[in-house]
Design a protein. Structure first.
Length: 276
């Protein structure tokens, strides 16, 4: 993904909040990604934990509000997200990138990277940083989507962006997904554990689908200040409403899913030889 699109996307937390709300409200089957990560981590509550690419810090806020006593750190490249982390009592927000974490070796007892690794040009460099900054015996949990998650909605957004001359060829993150992450993590950490979740987004009316599609706009170059943004949104809404009109009684079902890949750092130092 082009970095300027990523910066623009996370300059305002609103699209992220819309996407999270959509997954919570319109998933075909109930799912709690936070619970799955916490199950994988098996926290005692006293760990020094870092959340890389912390977003609006709701994961860290959940930990803090549920009595986690250890230090909680949110690291992000977006000043808005760092500010969101600092606004949570008991959480420290830090500006920094996943492939150059601004902490010493062996800093953290636990480290999470949830739905962010596929934004990076070099995810292996980030995985090595996760290993470097996590103490021996500490746990690293990484969450990534399945390849082609919600393909129909992304195809819809890409098609409308392309209609207005936007180059969307490199807009969808493809550097790492649930198919490729296990081998990458095994190379860096050795043994890993995988939890897999398969689901779908299901919409039975146009409005929530349109809101979700709009929340993906910036990934396709349709930035908040783009001069044709409203026209693109209007055309997309017309297409969605037309689809529901011509498919009475049907739902818009878009497959999705993710994995939680967990590793325990067995020793500090360079990664296993397979990754060098």
């Amino acid at each position: 993904m082009c970095s300027y699109r990523l910066d623009a996307e996370y300059a305002d937390p609103t699209p992220l909040k819309v996407r999270i709300h959509t997954h919570t409200r319109y998933s075909e089957r109930p799912d709690d990604p936070t619970a799955k990560v916490l199950t994988a981590l098996e926290l005692a509550g006293t760990e020094h934990l870092a959340d890389i690419g912390c977003g609006d810090a709701r994961f860290l806020a959940h930990l803090a509000s549920n009595g986690h006593q250890g230090p909680l750190v949110g690291i992000d490249t977006s000043p808005a997200m760092v500010a969101a982390a600092n606004a949570v009592p008991g959480v420290r927000g830090v500006f920094g990138s996943a492939d150059r974490i601004p902490f010493d070796d062996n800093s953290f007892d636990a480290l999470t990277a949830r739905h962010m690794l596929y934004h990076l040009a070099n995810p292996v460099a980030a995985l090595r940083e996760f290993r470097r900054t996590t103490k021996p015996g500490g746990t690293v949990a990484v969450v990534v989507n399945h390849p082609g998650t919600y393909p129909y909605t992304t195809e819809l957004v890409a098609a409308h962006a392309a209609t207005y001359g936007l180059d969307v060829g490199d807009s969808v993150p493809t550097t790492v997904d649930s198919d490729t992450l296990p081998d990458l993590m095994t190379d860096v950490f050795g043994e890993i554990r995988i939890q897999r979740s398969d689901n779908a987004l299901v919409f039975d009316t146009p409005d929530p689908l349109v809101r979700f599609a709009e929340a993906l706009f910036t990934f396709y170059g349709v930035t908040p200040n783009h001069p044709r943004r409203q026209a693109i949104l209007n055309d997309l809404r017309e297409d969605v409403e037309d689809w529901f009109t011509h498919h009475p009684g049907r739902t818009w079902r878009d497959p999705k899913g993710y994995i939680v890949a967990t590793a325990v750092v067995d020793h500090q130092g360079s990664a296993p030889s397979a990754s060098t």
